[in-house]
Each structure stands twice: as structure tokens, then as C-alpha cells.
Write a protein that binds this ligand. Structure first.
Ligand code: IPE
Ligand code: IPE
Ligand code: MG
Length: 263
């Protein structure tokens, strides 16, 4: 069973390089519109940006990268955009999985997959199986995922297996049923595209995550932008409910001057 490391039950480490980065890859449509291109061209370029960020995370030693590719609310989009996104997902899996595997990257896909067609479901499963034992980085793609769905689904699955827990269950009982049960909670959350909201991404897991918002549109997000996000994260004081004075001396980036705080 996964290690229990809930930030609300146990004070976690605050590593200088985030162990887990979660990203809402937003702004593809606007990127394309600015260039007088169809929205879907933005999604296509978004895949390139993801490739670069995966590479950067692997070389930085980030252990988990979790990206929001399609939300449970994105079905509300025009049917042709939804079907383009589904076929892009399939093509991306077919084209990229061998490279991920060569680079010792594990691929996981979270979300409710019952609405996807058989071919896509099968390709997703094969990709997960092929890369299951890789250990350099876990790339988790959230597809037809919603934070509320995740919690509801976990509670139902837990009670199904352990009906006697209905009145007494704890976080530790619930944790194995949540989608991200085998990863630490994200240290750093990044949302591109200028919106400052969570849009139903990892609601449970973001409890104590440092949030970073940038106006950069996802297709333009690159290594330099990732470095800026990590530099911002390294200036934060992660208190997890404690006072400043209670924290161990070292800041995340090794500097301890008061003036560095919240810079
Ligand atoms: C994010 O970009 C990708 C998905 C939601 C699939 P958008 O498509 O939301 O781009 P904007 O926000 O309209 O620019
Ligand atoms: C969030 O982006 C979902 C993904 C990036 C997959 P949206 O563009 O769908 O979010 P809202 O609608 O602006 O909140
Ligand atoms: Mg958007």
C-alpha cells in the first residue's frame, strides 16, 4: 500500500526541487486565436510544450509531473473540438509512449475513462502497462478527471469494500482509493493562461500546495518558464499551519534572510 503522507496529518518535507509538480495547461485556444489559427492548432502546439516540460522535469529530478489534459467539464465544448482532443490524445499516446519508455518514464492516466472509446481505452492501458516499472519520473495525465469526481469515487469504492467504515473512516482509510494515492501531494501547482482558479483539478491533493499563476499561454510555456515557476516556489515559506519561528532554519533555497520571504 502507498505510503501515507497527508499534509493535514503529517508535516511533510519542503524540498527545494519540488517532488511533485501539477499543471493546468491552459491557454491553447487563445494562443491559436492570436495567430489567426483554429483553436485545435493550439492544442497541437500544447503537446510540444508538454514534451519540453517532461524533459525538463526529468533532468531536474522531479519525481511526479501531473498534467490536466481534459476536465470532466470539457465535454461542454463544441463536439468537433472534443473529438479533436480525443484523437490528439490517441495519436500522442501512439507516438510518444516508446520515447517515454526509453527515458525510463512511467505513464499513468487518471480520470473516469468509461466515456472514452474502446480503442483509446485500450491504448491507454497498454501505455500504462509498458511503462509500469519505470522509475525516473511518473507522468500522470488527468483525462476526464475532476477533483470532485475523484473524492466521490474514492468514498464510494472504499465503502463498497468496507461498509463497516461508514461512520468511522479516516483520511488514511480513504487515501488508497484516491487517484493519486501513490504520489506525494503536489509541492508546486502551475496554471498557465492567466486564469487564477483551480477548475476542479486535484481539490483534495492541493490542500498545502504552493500555487503559481502565469499569463504565459500553455503552448509558449518552456524550460525558462518552468525555471521561473520553481524559483518562485523556492522563495515561499511553507508553514503547514505552524508559525515562522517554528520552522527549521534553512529556507527552501538555502537563504534565510527575512527579506527573501514572500519576495
Ligand atoms: C487548455 O486550453 C486545453 C484544454 C482545456 C483541453 P484551452 O483550450 O482551455 O485554451 P483557452 O483557455 O480557450 O485559451
Ligand atoms: C482547465 O481548463 C482544464 C484543462 C486545462 C484541461 P479550462 O480552460 O477548461 O478551464 P476554465 O473553463 O477556464 O475554468
Ligand atoms: Mg481554457
Amino acid at each position: 500500500m502507498a505510503l501515507f503522507q497527508s499534509s493535514t496529518c503529517i508535516i511533510p518535507d519542503a524540498p527545494a526541487i519540488p517532488r511533485h509538480i501539477a499543471i493546468i495547461m491552459d491557454g491553447n485556444g487563445r494562443w491559436a486565436k492570436q495567430r489567426f489559427m483554429p483553436r485545435v492548432a493550439g492544442h497541437q502546439r500544447g503537446v510540444e510544450a508538454l514534451r519540453e516540460v517532461v524533459k525538463a522535469c526529468r533532468s531536474l529530478g522531479v519525481e511526479h509531473l501531473t498534467v490536466f489534459a481534459f476536465s470532466s467539464e470539457n465535454w461542454r465544448r463544441p463536439a468537433d473540438e472534443v473529438s479533436f482532443l480525443m484523437s490528439l490524445f490517441l495519436v500522442m499516446l501512439e507516438r510518444e509512449v516508446a520515447k517515454l519508455h526509453e527515458n525510463n518514464i512511467r505513464l499513468k492516466i487518471i480520470g473516469d475513462h468509461s466515456r472514452f472509446d474502446d480503442k483509446l481505452r485500450q491504448t491507454m492501458q497498454e501505455a500504462e502497462q509498458l511503462t509500469a516499472n519505470n522509475s525516473a519520473l511518473t507522468l500522470t495525465i488527468a483525462a476526464n478527471y475532476g477533483g470532485r469526481w475523484d473524492v466521490m469515487h474514492a468514498v464510494k469504492a472504499m465503502l463498497n469494500e468496507h461498509p463497516q467504515l461508514a461512520q468511522t473512516f479516516t483520511e488514511q482509510d480513504l487515501q488508497p482509493y484516491l487517484s493519486m494515492s501513490d504520489a506525494p501531494e503536489p509541492d508546486l501547482f502551475i496554471r498557465t493562461g492567466g486564469e487564477q482558479r483551480i477548475s476542479n483539478f486535484m481539490l483534495w491533493q492541493l490542500a498545502y500546495t504552493e500555487l503559481y499563476f502565469t499569463d504565459t499561454l500553455w503552448p509558449a510555456f518552456d524550460r525558462n518558464e518552468l525555471d521561473k515557476a520553481i524559483a518562485s516556489y523556492q522563495k515561499r515559506e511553507r508553514r503547514f499551519g505552524r508559525t515562522s519561528e517554528q520552522l527549521p532554519g534553512e529556507k527552501l533555497n538555502g537563504k534565510s534572510e527575512q527579506g527573501e520571504r514572500n519576495a
